[in-house]
Design a protein around this ligand. Structure first.
Ligand code: PMP
Ligand code: GLN
Length: 399
């Protein structure tokens, strides 16, 4: 088999047109660069310590007891679906039927893919906040949809949504709004008033909303995570996506979920069943236990990440970066212009050689690469001594 097959108009590339623009995800590229240069990896967002020992043990127990070693049920094991519903009820007062309104997925990544493949017809427009998590663009494309970015712009030290721009982006072809709060990569947490305006627009224009809330437990200071599904009129039109990866520091287990009204869950399941069908059997039992951990776990996790954010934000500011102090997620977006640079790609490719640190150029999350060019993202979900070392390495960065 050759890499190309000939057609009358020349060789036809193997990769189809829908995916051709995406290349290799930046996370793979930058993590490989961290390994090959021995750099501190503040690029791809994964913690350098595992989650609670008792949850790791719960996974081992499930594996040894033969729970989940064969195909679990398509929608997920009942214990986990019940635990997800319990978590949504306890934290947000959202009542869910575990049998009809909860679907377990292979991480939030599969939930995003299944939701878009299920709900988007070719030609539909999907309005997404820009900068957007990279899989959104690829999944919209795989579904044959057209992405319509609405850009969060820097304003008073934070990236904010312009509600007029959002309104203007909606056309008769708009099928759904793809929201992400707390927002990766900017660290913005949409305020209740902004979410209320989004909800009003969705209702007025009769749109579905897919909301990626994987960082729901990572909000800092006074920021509050408000699930869109809790707002009036949103329960029946919202697909909410969650993940255990971030909340419990087991990103490799890939246990995620969708919660929504029964007809939406059925639609998403129709796509999901032909993607992975099912995944992560024993881990599903362990995450069911994790979701039932007492509030002290979630409070401790947030306090730990707050201290890490504070350390890295102060260190980056000291080194001369413009720092957008995040209200949520475990990422800090910086502006490299105060350091005398303006091309985040070139900056991130040179950073490992220059000082042994890896970061992510935010431009990859933009359609308008120029708009994202001066911004660079650093992850702070690392041990304090690792962050201290990264900060000391970054001190000499200004030319
Ligand atoms: N959505 C966002 C905004 C993310 O940052 C990530 C990365 N964790 C995902 C989805 C994917 O989550 P998972 O690892 O559960 O597939
Ligand atoms: N969500 C993680 C990040 O933004 C990366 C996950 C991935 O590698 N796909 O860094």
């Amino acid at each position: 088999m050759t890499a190309m097959t000939a057609t009358p108009s020349g060789p036809r590339p193997l990769l189809n047109r829908r995916l051709a623009e995406f290349g290799t995800t930046i996370f793979a590229e930058m993590s490989a660069l961290a390994v090959s240069t021995g750099s501190i990896n503040l690029g791809q967002g994964f913690p350098d310590t595992d989650g609670p020992e008792q949850i790791r043990e719960a996974a081992v127990r499930a594996l040894r007891d033969g729970r989940g070693n064969q195909y679990p049920p398509g929608p997920g094991v009942p214990e986990l679906r019940t635990a997800i519903a319990g978590h949504q009820q306890r934290r947000y007062g959202i009542g869910l039927d575990p049998d009809r309104e909860v679907l377990v997925t292979a991480g939030a990544t599969e939930a995003i893919a299944a939701a878009l493949l299920a709900l988007v017809e070719p030609g539909d427009e999907v309005v997404a906040l820009e900068p957007y998590y990279d899989s959104y663009a690829a999944c919209i494309a795989m579904a044959g949809g057209t992405r319509v970015p609405v850009t969060l712009r820097p304003h008073d030290g934070a990236f904010r949504l312009d509600l007029d721009e959002l309104r203007a982006a909606i056309t008769p072809r708009t099928r759904l709004l793809l929201i992400n709060t707390p927002h990766n990569p900017t660290g913005t947490v949409l305020a209740r008033a902004e979410l209320t305006a989004i909800a009003e627009l969705a209702i007025e224009r009769d749109l579905l909303v897919v909301t990626d809330e994987v960082y729901e437990h990572l909000t800092f200071d006074a920021a509050e995570h408000v699930p869109l599904a809790t707002l009036p009129g949103m329960r029946e039109r919202t697909v909410t996506i969650g993940s255990s990866g971030k909340t419990f520091s087991f990103t490799g287990w890939k246990v995620g979920w969708v919660t929504a009204a029964p007809d939406l869950v059925t639609a998403v399941r129709s796509a999901k069943q032909f993607l992975t069908y099912v995944s992560a059997g024993p881990f599903q039992y362990a995450i069911a236990e994790a979701l039932a951990l007492p509030d002290a776990y979630f409070d401790g996790f947030r306090a730990d990440m707050t201290a890490k954010r504070d350390l890295l934000a102060a260190g980056l500011a000291d080194a001369g970066f413009g720092v957008f102090r995040p209200q949520g997620t475990y990422f800090i977006t910086t502006d490299i212009r105060p350091l005398g640079f303006d091309d985040g790609f070139a900056f991130c490719r040179a950073l490992p050689e220059r000082c042994g640190v890896v970061a992510i150029p935010n431009a990859v999350f933009y359609d308008d690469r120029q708009a994202g060019a001066p911004f660079v993202r650093f992850a702070f979900c690392k041990r304090l001594p690792v962050l201290e070392e990264a900060v000391s390495r970054l001190k000499g960065i200004a030319p």
